[in-house]
Design a protein around this ligand. Structure first.
Ligand SMILES: *Cc1c(COP(=O)(O)O)cnc(C)c1O
Length: 218
């Protein structure tokens, strides 16, 4: 794997209005620095402790995205620096992010995760829950978070038609809600399906193994 070449190829290949999140989970800082030195600044991690450790070591102009499921009791560790939390799926979590962000005088950007996959195991909200959260009085009182869009993960399958349909459903929900709630980000697409996600209207792709190589765990 030549990480610098991969990063440059992605940056050249992606449409200009699409944001690339380089998913660096499990990879050593030396790998991230190869991407950094090639000009990349946006990294995604799925474990808070690991992200904190890398944040401490890396240059301070990196934008850190939390892409994994977040436990409420760990929000405090990343509240000082995280720039986008992708997988928020409850008002309770959003309230905790708000509380911790306030301690640092920050506004933390968040995405709400929609459940679009058929698999039962995937996290996320349904569209009704998203709308009632965004319309709730409790939500209107949160001043230190901003929900700037939606995120979703397709079913892990070789059936690319199914993946496309799931992305299309998410894009439809995004189109229905984005004006009312001032959304600007639709995070969908990973190494195996980002091309389909782009065709279906993604504005932010989360790419790990296609940049850094396979990970050593599942
Ligand atoms: C690991 C991960 C990715 C990146 O996966 P790749 O297949 O390596 O590109 C994207 N999104 C989430 C939520 C992840 O956990």
């Amino acid at each position: 794997m030549n990480i610098a070449e991969n990063i440059i190829a992605f940056k050249e290949g992606l449409p200009k209005d699409v944001t690339l999140v380089a998913v660096s989970k499990t990879k050593p800082v030396s790998d991230l620095m190869q991407a950094y030195d090639a000009g990349h600044r946006i990294f995604g991690e799925n474990k808070i402790q690991e992200m904190v450790a890398k944040w401490q070591e890396m240059p301070k102009d990196v934008e850190w995205h939390m892409i994994g499921h977040v436990q409420r009791n760990k929000v405090k560790y990343m509240a000082e620096f995280v720039s986008l939390i992708h997988a928020v799926d409850s008002l309770k979590l959003l309230s905790e992010v708000d509380k911790q962000a306030a301690k640092h005088n920050r506004v933390i950007n968040c995405l709400l995760q929609l459940r679009i996959a058929e698999e039962e195991s995937k996290f996320g909200m349904d569209v009704g829950a998203v709308k009632s959260l965004l319309d709730s009085y409790e939500f209107s009182k949160l001043n230190n978070i901003k929900v700037i869009g939606l995120m979703g993960m397709a079913t892990f399958t070789d059936d690319m038609q199914q993946v496309r349909e799931e992305f299309r459903r998410l894009k439809n929900i995004y189109d229905e809600t984005k004006d009312k709630y001032s959304f600007s980000v639709l995070s969908m697409g990973m190494s195996g399906d980002y091309k389909i996600a782009l065709e279906e209207g993604s504005t932010m792709v989360r790419v790990g193994s296609a940049i850094f190589g396979e990970r050593n765990y599942g």
